[in-house]
Design a protein around this ligand. Structure first.
Ligand code: DC
Length: 208
């Protein structure tokens, strides 16, 4: 069983994916962390984010055991991840890892930008989670302020807009709604309501 969850930055798809995986007893992979790990490796070695060869090398030598490093979640790393994620060689290097993860029994939940379209087009259920950009920025701002990060609402909003544009506008595996995806707009939904709605959609789709 494969559940694909895609959506733009700060849509809440990561939280939903984890909770959905817990509900069904499946493993969960936040695929954004893979791109974040590549970007973090480049940043920590002071390598230009435009260095395609170095980025591909970082993607091929990525250690999945290090995806729980909290520094991968810093806002600057998300932006840098979106830059290296444009590179076809980086995406190709991360594909097998994602597909192998998806193949495990009894099931897997993967969240990202291209799970339903490119990584797992055969997924049993596909959700595309979205919300108004101002609401996504507000949620991300509150989360970052809660962690003591020195951010402004306007700065967060601007970064999310630029990231959405880059992720949806790239040539290779752009963020897109799969033709058979179910849309869930969480603009006016708190997390509990969003979770209930997501589980309802998935159960209907897989016939449970
Ligand atoms: O989901 P996130 O914000 O952690 O993702 C960080 C960046 O990684 C995102 O801006 C684009 C890229 N990404 C991608 O291109 N494809 C995915 N499946 C997941 C993330």
């Amino acid at each position: 069983m494969i559940i694909a969850i895609d959506g733009p930055a700060a849509s809440g798809k990561g939280t939903l994916a984890r909770r959905i995986a817990g509900h069904f007893g499946y493993q969960c992979l936040d695929t954004g962390l893979l791109y974040r790990a590549v970007a973090h490796d480049m940043l920590s070695r002071n390598i230009s984010l435009e260095d395609t060869q170095a980025a591909e090398w970082a993607a091929r030598s990525l250690d999945p055991a290090r995806l729980d490093d909290p520094s991968l979640r810093l806002p600057g790393v998300g932006n840098a991840a979106s830059v290296v994620a444009r590179m076809p060689g980086v995406r190709a290097a991360l594909l097998d890892l994602q597909r192998n993860f998806a193949a495990q029994e009894p099931g897997a939940v993967l969240d990202g930008r291209d799970i339903g379209t490119v990584v797992c087009p055969e997924a049993d259920a596909k959700l595309f989670i979205t919300a108004a950009v101002e609401v996504r920025a507000r949620r991300r701002y509150d989360e970052l302020i809660g962690r003591g990060e020195p951010v402004t609402y306007e700065g967060v909003l601007d970064e999310i807009r630029r990231r959405d544009q880059r992720d949806a506008g790239r040539a290779e595996a752009p963020m897109a709604v799969a033709a058979d995806a179910m849309l869930l707009d969480t603009t006016n939904l708190a997390i509990e309501a969003a979770f209930d709605a997501a589980v309802g959609l998935i159960k209907r789709k897989i016939g449970q």
